[in-house]
Design a protein around this ligand. Structure first.
Ligand code: ADP
Ligand code: MG
Length: 730
């Protein structure tokens, strides 16, 4: 019976599952060894090519065409010395994974001489046959060309896969007419928008600021389970999450996993993927157990957002590959197991000047205090004005299981500032009326920076439940899903803050033009922004029922499902803010909206199919076999002439099993019918709504009966690895 599960369980104790890979090297000796860094550039390029490339990187400008050949040759030499034979344009299409198509350096000249070559054209631009990437109708077939174009601000790197090595050129992916088809092109545009807007505002305080970069430090949560056990579950293989499975007797209630000692097998895996990451310049810093059994987290030192997004995408790819070496499976899904915590990806976000100032770090002087307050308040105002857009940027079928599930930030966007800063904001709001006076100067003289240690200590439950929390010198956007590409939420955050800063500057300048002193003008506008965005601030427990009610009273949105949440992408306000900042045209936004709806439909559709398959081909046959065992037993007892009392329990079991079989069967059939209707909905939006409201509800009903069967049916017969095995055995 059910051999796959039992073979998998047996394999757990085999020797080949105890892999140790640690090479004992210092991290600094590995770090960046596979990256074409500034230093490698210096060593491999002529002065002329080096200067041209450095200038392009600095200015975010295109590479001079005449230099491209030289740069490409230098890159090839460097890569070939390390055993590389192929190159690829590496990009991040809207499928949510990374994409690569390899070409070799090898070619044959017209006279038949074989040579290796990598020319400037191949470096700068490629035309992948990409008609099957999601494009939301942007690329009609007659113009079905997409280009990948080198983004020199992200360095080239060598990806090692098994014994093969590939030179990867980070690129953006755009359509023939320049419309974005990926996560990176809009991100880079948003970086330019916030740079410009933030520099303009910085110049009120410091004329020497010429550039503002966005910094991102992500924290990646994930589950690790045994590969053979995972392979014995079609739902984990196909959907990355369990669709059935009764919660184990012991879950996370003892809270004994969080920050506990890391299991040896997982530890070996962590060290291995960390080493691969270091080679690629991913500055991983921390690793620890998370709250749920089998759940872990890693985080790097923060970096410039463009690089940080690439590094997170790379890391997810590396983790999947390295896990295979260890016969483990990484689950990046937001909610792989019902009843235990899901996984997120906290996005720590801030802005830094080229003069070395973190704009969200409270200052030590009145002037720097005012600068801090300016960026702090503008961010809160941006979140207030565009909360729905932020929510839309993290919406996905998988994140729906997490947001608002009493364990993760709710689908209601709010901002946590900590008690001290909350008081500061309240004071400013209360004091400044028409005239800036001495009292208000006092606010600027506050030692905000001295209160910050207290703020950092305030890592309370209230704080941890916030979807958007200020944590001392950065905001932490916690509602991002663990499998998401950070590019989407970061693009939105950058854009809305850029827009708010632009408006802010305009309002301040108007007051200055009217003769107001600069500081006074700034305080006035800040006061208005604090008052206007008050609703979004919340210091309490975000998981509580009370907050949901309170938020409703305040008029804050609470979009619990992806189809609802995604509508925020195509509102007038969204179109305006993206257009104003040169991120998306209306057409690009509508295409993206369409793509995300389609993705939602596909995800739920696949889950519905797999659930049907699991029931029809695994669970029902098993239950029927067990039913037969019970029938034979009752028959036998009857034949012995025993009275009903002797087989009462068996009869009750039999009735229960039969009832669950019936229910599963009926509901699976009804679900299939609902799916057919949804497939013919006629539009992506209608289809997504129907999958959400008419197909998905069957999941819970079917699961309820399947999980009841799991509790009743003879363990030896049960085909699917159980939660206790998945979560606790390794
Ligand atoms: P913890 O949350 O575990 O106390 P930190 O708050 O220091 O640790 O950092 C959490 C994450 O935030 C790390 O990835 C870190 O690099 C990042 N981080 C710290 N400072 C900044 C910043 N100014 N901008 C962006 N990310 C930051
Ligand atoms: Mg944190």
């Amino acid at each position: 019976m059910s051999s796959l599960r039992f073979t998998a369980l047996q394999e757990l104790s085999s020797e080949e599952r105890k892999i140790g890979h640690y090479n004992g090297k210092r991290i600094t000796s590995m770090f960046n060894s596979n990256v074409f860094t500034g230093r490698t550039m210096r060593e491999n390029l002529s002065d002329e090519a080096y200067k041209s490339l450095s200038a392009s990187i600095k200015a975010g400008a295109k590479i001079e065409r005449k230099m491209a050949d030289q740069i490409a040759t230098g890159m090839r030499t460097w890569a070939e010395e390390r055993g590389v034979t192929h190159f690829t344009h590496w990009f991040q299409p809207l499928t949510g994974t990374t994409a690569e198509k390899h070409d070799s350096f090898f070619t044959i000249k017209s006279d038949g001489t074989p040579i290796e070559i990598f020319d400037g054209d191949a470096l700068i631009q490629q035309e992948p046959d990409a008609s099957s990437f999601p494009n939301g109708g942007i690329r009609a077939t007659f113009e079905a060309r997409g280009y990948t174009a080198w983004d020199p601000s992200s360095p080239a790197f060598i990806m090692e896969t098994g014994y093969g090595k590939t030179l990867c050129i980070p690129t953006i992916f755009i359509a023939y007419n320049g419309e974005s088809l990926d996560y990176k092109a809009p991100l880079i545009k948003s970086i330019a928008a916030i740079d410009k807007a933030a520099v303009d505002v910085c110049n009120y305080f410091d004329k020497n600021v010429n550039k503002v970069t966005v910094t991102l430090g992500w924290e990646q949560e994930y589950f690790v389970i045994d590969e053979s056990l995972a392979n014995a579950r079609p739902d984990l293989v196909m959907c990355g999450r369990t669709l059935v499975g009764h919660s184990p007797a012991k879950g996370q209630q003892l809270e004994d996993h969080y920050f506990g000692s890391i299991p040896e097998r997982v530890f070996a895996f962590m060290q291995d993927f960390e080493q691969e990451s270091y080679k690629l310049g991913i500055p991983l810093r921390t690793r620890h157990n998370e709250v749920a059994p089998g759940q872990f987290e890693c985080a790097p030192i923060f970096e410039e957002v463009n690089i940080a997004v690439d590094h997170n995408s790379l890391l997810m790819d590396i983790m999947n590959k390295v896990a295979k070496r260890h016969k483990l499976k990484v689950l990046l899904h937001e909610k792989p197991f019902a009843g235990v915590n899901g996984s997120g990806k906290h996005n720590n976000w801030s802005m830094a000047t080229d003069t070395g100032v973190n704009l969200l770090a409270p200052g030590k002087t009145p002037r720097t205090n005012l600068m801090f307050l300016t960026f702090f308040v503008n961010t809160i105002k941006a979140v207030h004005d565009y909360a729905d857009l932020l929510r839309a940027g993290i919406a996905s079928a998988s994140n729906d299981h997490r947001l608002g599930a009493n364990e993760a930030p709710p689908a209601i966007i709010s901002v946590f500032t900590g008690t001290y800063l909350s008081q500061v904001l309240d004071e400013i709001e209360a004091r400044v009326k028409d005239k800036f006076n001495e009292q208000d100067e006092a606010i600027l003289k506050l030692d905000i920076h001295k209160q910050i240690p207290e703020l950092l200590m305030d890592n309370t439950d209230r704080n941890r439940t916030s979807p958007f929390a200020f944590t001392g010198n950065k905001f932490e956007f916690r509602a991002v899903g663990s499998s998401a590409n950070c590019g989407s939420p970061m693009t939105i955050l950058n854009t809305i803050v850029a827009e708010t800063l632009k408006k802010f500057k305009k309002e301040v300048d108007t007051l200055i033009d009217k003769g107001e002193k600069k500081e006074v003008a700034i305080m006035h506008v800040l006061r208005d922004y604090i008052a206007a965005s008050k609703n979004i601030r919340f210091e309490g427990d975000n998981y509580s029922e009370d907050w949901a009610n309170e938020a409703a009273k305040r008029g804050l949105s609470n979009f619990k499902t992806t189809p609802e949440a995604l509508d925020a992408f195509v509102t007038e306000s969204a179109k305006k803010v993206f257009f104003n900042n040169n991120i998306y045209s209306d057409r690009e936004l509508e295409a993206r909206h369409e793509i995300m709806l389609e993705e939602y439909v596909k995800k739920v559709q696949i889950e519905a199919r797999i659930l049907g398959y699991l029931c029809t081909n695994h669970i029902l046959p098993t239950a029927i076999n067990y039913q037969n065992v019970l029938i034979a037993n009752v028959k036998g007892l009857k034949e012995l002439g025993l009275n009903e009392d002797a087989y009462r329990s068996q009869m009750n079991l039999l009735k229960a099993v039969s009832n669950h079989i019936q229910q599963i069967n009926d509901n699976v059939e009804a679900m299939i019918e609902a799916r057919k209707r949804a497939n013919n909905a006629g539009s992506a939006h209608k289809g997504a709504d129907m999958y959400c409201n008419e197909v998905k509800p069957y999941f819970d009903t079917i699961r309820y009966h399947a999980d009841k069967l799991e509790l009743i049916v003879d363990d030896k017969m049960w085909p699917l690895p159980k939660y206790r095995e998945l979560l606790f055995l390794r």
